[in-house]
Design a protein around this ligand. Structure first.
Ligand code: SF4
Length: 288
């Protein structure tokens, strides 16, 4: 196994972007909120939403004191709004089980609503400085190319953590930097479509580059198109509910002009099933 850690650390020290969650003292709650938002949304869109969220709810207890509807409303158009509901539930759990503090322990983090392998370890590493492998989609691409010589990563799996663990240095601080550096490299240099190998600190070690960039196939599921999708209809329903000044909208008025009435009904039913909307007395509203 080539030593990827040393060049990654050197590169990161000179090239890391200045992002809010990387600044000293950002705090575990800020890290947790940022990781929820970053799960499916690009950095540039997350930053203003994150600032507004933390200004409104500087602690989990502040968020837990408001109804879930406010979390969904504040989430605005960040997409995948179940994350807002989960974040609210996690805040309630933090208040009720952890005295309003974000725990450091990975198992305790994993027990919170909406937190999976990635987010639990990201919080433990980036907020608390502990040593764990942290693997996001950018990291998986870098490892697939540099180590395995594959053009695309496999679908996410437990083996990702072992692959990352294998390149982490023993020192906690260095390990945290390598975790962040692999993600950063995948985000800004080893991108999916146009890797900039001439600017890559792993160029001399990269198996995929050494093999002449073979296309080894992509086994991952493609994300469905947004336009015309049920997701788009759900987004339109939620926007109506977020914008409603009376906080309730007669069911018949919710995206009444949507071109596909069955899709509209499906969107409303699925939002109710997910707990993102509530229906009562012929009206729809955000969850109380
Ligand atoms: S050399 Fe190119 S393909 Fe290999 S890790 Fe670096 S950017 Fe990615």
């Amino acid at each position: 196994m080539p030593d990827l850690a040393t060049p990654l650390i050197a590169w990161y020290r000179d090239n890391a972007r200045d992002l809010p969650w990387r600044r000293p003292g950002f705090g575990a709650w800020g890290t947790l909120v940022s990781e929820f938002m970053l799960q499916q949304t690009p950095v540039a869109r997350v930053i203003p939403h994150l600032d507004a969220w933390l200004a409104r709810w500087p602690t989990p207890t502040d968020l837990a004191a408001d109804p879930p509807a406010e979390a969904v409303r504040q989430w605005a158009n960040l997409g995948y709004p179940r994350r807002a509901l989960w974040l609210h539930r996690a805040a309630v759990e933090l208040r009720d089980r952890h005295g309003g503090e974000v725990p450091r322990d990975v198992e305790a983090l994993l027990a919170l609503t909406g937190i999976g392998d990635y987010t639990a370890r990201a919080v433990a590493v980036f907020a608390f400085g502990d040593r764990h492998p942290v693997v996001d989609t950018n990291t998986r691409r870098v490892l697939a190319r540099a180590i395995d010589g594959r053009s695309h990563p496999s679908p996410p799996g437990k083996r990702d953590l072992a692959a990352m663990e294998a390149i982490l240095p023993a020192d906690d601080v260095d390990a945290a930097v390598v975790n962040a550096a692999a993600m950063e490299l995948g985000a800004v240099v080893c991108t999916a479509r146009a890797p900039r190998c001439e600017a890559c600190p792993l160029a001399a070690l990269c198996a995929w580059r050494a093999d002449g960039y073979p296309d080894t196939g992509d086994e991952r599921r493609r994300q469905a198109k947004y336009e015309g999708s049920d997701r788009q209809a759900r987004g339109a329903v939620l926007k109506v509910l977020r914008d409603a000044s009376s906080h309730e909208v007669p069911l018949d008025d919710v995206i009444a002009d949507w071109p596909d009435a069955r899709q509209r009904d499906r969107a409303i039913d699925s939002l109710i099933a997910d707990g993102l909307a509530e229906a009562s007395a012929g009206a729809l509203r955000l969850p109380r």
